[in-house]
Design a binder for this molecule. Sequence first.
Ligand code: C2E
Ligand code: CA
Ligand code: CA
Length: 676
Amino acid sequence: MADKKEGRSKSEKRYRKIRRSHIWTSIVEFLVFSVVLAGVLFFAVQAFVSYVIDTKIGSEYEKIQYMARIYDNGLKNNDSNIYNLLVEEGHDYVITGSDGSRIHLNGEDTRGTQSAEVTLSAYDEKVLVYRDSKRDFIYPKNGRLSLDLREFAEWMRDEGKWEEKDPDYALAHNTSIINLPIWISIDVDNGNKHFIGKAVFSSNRRDINLFIALIGSLAGLMGIILITLLGAGVRNFIRQRRMLSLFFTDVVTEGHNQTWLLVKGEHMIRKKSSTKNRFAVVSLKFVNYNTFCICHSVAEGDKILCRIYHLLSGKLRKYETCSHLGLGAYGLILRYNSEDELRQRLGGIIGELENIDSDHKFYFRAGVSLTEKAIDSEGEPVKPKNIKFDTEFNHATGARLSLGPGEDSGIAFFDDKLIEEQKWLDKVQEMQQSALDNEEFLVYYQPKYDPKSEKLKGAEALIRWNSPEFGLIPPGKFIPIFENNGFITEIDHYMIRHVAADQKAWLDKGYKCVPVSVNVSRAHFIESDLADQIKDMVDEIGTPHEYIEIELTESAFFDDKKAMLGTISKLKSYGFAVSMDDFGSGYSSLNSLKDMPLDVLKLDAEFFRGETNDKRAEIVVSEAIKLAKNLNMRIVAEGVEIKEQVDFLAGEGCDMIQGYYFAKPMPKEEYEQKMS
Ligand code: C2E
Ligand code: CA
Ligand code: CA
């Protein structure tokens, strides 16, 4: 049970709380109020009736007491006229002996057999009473006189037993119209005889109307309170339903939101997962949302978001759902049979989404996590009933982000490799600063040779990370991360400073130094004072500028051309040579050559990867060399591994060769030996 609760997401807990508390508080409130009000009404009526009976029967009791006293005195005085005197009083009564035998009687003896002691509220003494056998609506109950209201009301309704034939007359003259008797017994003759008088609770029309009006208004009041309460409960319920639907509604698309997926989506995956129903969680992003909003307006952007949502909803099958999570990010839960089928289906959906607006071409990226392959943070498989939507969605989003920073459409599936990559990324970011502070980064040098004379002409500085934890790490494993998180500028500075320092030390030792090129990242070129930064660093160490060369990868040339040109010109004016790295690996190399006054062209290693006697490749390389020569540039061929390539390049007039044929990148001590 505890596990199950822990498995619930925060949203689900909140959702359940809202749901439960509202229904139950309303129901309980209503029930408690009904019971309390019914009780109050019941006791109020009882108390009122009891009070009225007590007062009326009380005055009858006094008369009977009076008659009993007359009788008692008559007995004492042996008054033979006593019964006449009693009869003259006009009350019905019975006188019995101690054995219960009847001694005298006036009127009809309708006394019942049951008797009980009661206390009348006005008199603090116990009185023995008998119920009437004909009209027994007044009866002793718990030591008090009570009226059986229900029977009495029925009796009045059924037989309409008003005493007068003309009720209107009775009302006008306020005469008694209903008589309810009870017999009161008083001991006489020192307790040897009982004088039992008939006490009549008489009530006229007005009394009864008043009574009915009172009960009616009380009941009415109670009804109003209950109806108000019921109304409030119903309103509460409706409000709660609305709130719940708001809880699940996305304000932009008016469709489902993230909470919907977290609560309902997760529930569906947990309940419906089987070999027949395999679920995929998809993180879909409308790539152009922000730019579209900037170019048009947020309102226009939101309209597109709505259309996307409706298109997605229209594509759903049974047990599938989708939500807009905000800012053009969507979450979907889809069923699939195979990865290929799912990829195709998503591709189709993205294809339609790309053309959702005839005036614009949009791009969408999807990351997919298959719940069947779900794993927890320890890498253990997760059972369907323990699937967490947010974890799966996070994985799907990770897969989507692995598509990189581009602007095109794409689909990526989450896998173990991605987790490893993420973990590595995390680790690198955690270690980067301390690695720099501890000088864990090493400068390796790869010499560049003249293919004809085979003499050392230059070198490229290439970074290595000598981590105490992971050993020697190649740049491919951390440079892209640093380029993404901006740490690359620190690295560039570090390399320039170390290379300048090495060169200075070697010059001081009297070595015949050659220029060493240092890679400067594209990210770094955004800084307008880059040339001055480099100059200051090198000057601080005191290395002559001709011994430092700056390498720019071709991708760097995509950025702000003007700024680029400015930096290159400045670097050149300071006496640093600038080279274009990886020429031929991209698309706009020629264009860049046209605009930028570069000193060195580095032919990309890819030219030398294919077959050895590739005529077409040879033509391209040969023409590139001619082009560089015509532009007054020196040319370096990278990645050259075999003798035939060296010979060919020598024949074509290539200035330098940097490749394994001559030397691999090496630690500075080894390079130092090569120089000497
Ligand atoms: P890059 O600037 O194109 O460097 C040349 C890469 O080609 C180096 O790989 C080098 O070892 C490799 N290479 C050279 N000759 C041969 C060959 O004959 N055969 C083969 N298979 N490979 C050859 P490395 O050192 O692993 O560097 C990889 C990339 O990392 C570099 O490509 C560069 O883009 C980046 N990088 C390395 N050091 C730095 C640095 O200090 N700063 C910056 N910003 N990037 C760096
Ligand atoms: Ca390079
Ligand atoms: Ca290169």
